[in-house]
Design a binder for this molecule. Sequence first.
Ligand code: PRX
Length: 651
Amino acid sequence: MDAPRSAAIENLMDERRTFVPDPAFVARANATADLYAEAERDYVAFWERLARERISWSKPFETTLEWDLPFAKWFVGGELNVAYNCLDRHVEAGRGDKVAYHWVGEPGETRSLTYADLLREVGKAANALRELGVEKGDRVAIYMPMIPELPIAMLACARIGAPHTVVFGGFSAEALSGRINDCGAKVLITADGGYRRGKEVGLKHHADEAMASTPTIEHAIVVNRLGHGVHMVPFRDHWWHDLVGRQSADCPPVAVDSEHMLYLLYTSGTTAKPKGILHTTAGYLLGTSFTHEMIFDLKPDDVYWCAADIGWVTGHSYIVYGPLANGATGVMYEGAPDTPSWDRWWQIVEDYKVSILYMAPTAIRAFMKQGPQYPAAHDLSSLRVLGSVGEPINPEAWLWYHEHVGRGAAPIVDTWWQTETGMILISPLPGVTTTKPGSATFPFPGIKADVVDADGVSVPLGGGGYLVLKQPWPAMLRGIYGDQERYRETYWSRFPGMYFAGDGAKRDEEGYYWLLGRVDDVMNVAGHRISTTEVESALVDHRSVAEAAVVGVKDEVSGQAIYAFVILKASGEPSDALAVQLREHVAYVIGPIARPKYLMFVPDLPKTRSGKIMRRLLRDIAEGRTLGDTTTLADATVVDTIRENSGSAEE
Ligand code: PRX
């Protein structure tokens, strides 16, 4: 594992500006500094109090935490239903007419669903799943665009205790079938397609291709989004509007154990096989809803917009479960930020008077590139809290966000967390924390983080190292589906007794945390983690390729872009056309997000004597730097040859 990259440390260390909370905000803030003190005294008692106060239980829990490292059980003995907590209880309390989602389709149509609407639709969808034979514990795969039926499908699963696995709609058929087969899903919920960048994007043909090699899938439910018909396989495929449309809305929620599996979400690992990150019920619901209310300062009349895709964990925790458990009014948008033009998002903020906006630094940088005239042309005065997630936010982007979106007034919460953590773990509390551009500031109350050196020893303030977590938290992953040894090995073996997040971090003299990115080779493109191995495997999958190595290089818009070095088989002839074909091949095999931006044909690759590719050197070459340490390099002439070629990378 590489040491944290020093360039990132230098970059972030330069920032010295601070932003003190506005007294008017402080006076009304949900969070107070007392939370830190209470959690510090006894973190188990802290979460116990919150769980009793915030969750509607069918059966109260007996024990707050059973911690058999690295396996946690929270709220043991309790029973509950997540859909009940997200829907029924709000309707029962007389808030059925409150809007749960304002949905905006990319072509311009809109739908608003109240909590009562959502409860009805979820009941029908849950009954449809029942009709197809789905029972408590059965897995359901979901592969959909950003349409209301997506959260409805997830909640329908939760209502009957069937864990879901949502596969991002941009993923390929192969990625979908791999995930379905890993968890043995019985039903697939999909759509004919959706809209992206003004175009129709078909999904059903990918779903069909996937289902050709998924023996466990018995049925598919297909939402009719595009409306011009797709091939439907008799008895297997059912239109949503037929099957769901004819169901009764009455579907009693199934009470499940606190530790019942709520969902699996697959992340790219450092090996080719994605990891099924396992989340359970009560702790996840508590962690997501409480952080959502505190970190975004959610008030009953707020309009909250998390502009992520539900296919990623940010959407699971902060579009669906956290906000709905809190009875929030949310915005959901189907398409791209530049369609039909670069002011689409600002138009939505203005139209719906969005007061809380949560997005990724990659989007902020894309907006920055276009210029401030787009947000300036709209009334953004409703915005009062801004969030950032997915990768380190550079101080410059933070300041642009602050000035041009938040008009110098709205506090920014830079939230650090992971698919594995389920909930935000490091973030400012607005109204409490003095922020610094580029710093995620401090661990959330009840979270014990640290920065340690290679021996697991805490690094004094002012130093950098590895980010670790030293005590369990309610929304933490409960393991990797079907492979608990890999769970132990991946997260708990590097530093005994600690969860290793895989990120580098430093703390400044005042104890502020500054995230430095992944310490291994996983690339972060537009906020998405993509493993080098997966992209390499996809390249090698092509008939002309003998070997490949990929690295992430800095990119103004997407954070990192993928740079691929490819060795062809003797029969292969390097050409521009082949470079295009290989990049498309990666997009086909693992999805467009992994398509290399640059591709270079090389005769050889720099390797250690034991045969490991030295990606660090490739990164140096790709970014035009002087080479670092080359003493472990097996054949030094390789680097020179690659460097001579490096001007000719295809974009
Ligand atoms: O490297 C960190 C980065 O994204 C990783 C988690 O990615 P994923 O599981 O896809 O979840 C993304 C959304 C939670 C982390 O290990 N990351 C996420 N948020 C931040 C961040 N890096 C720096 N600052 C953040 N705020």
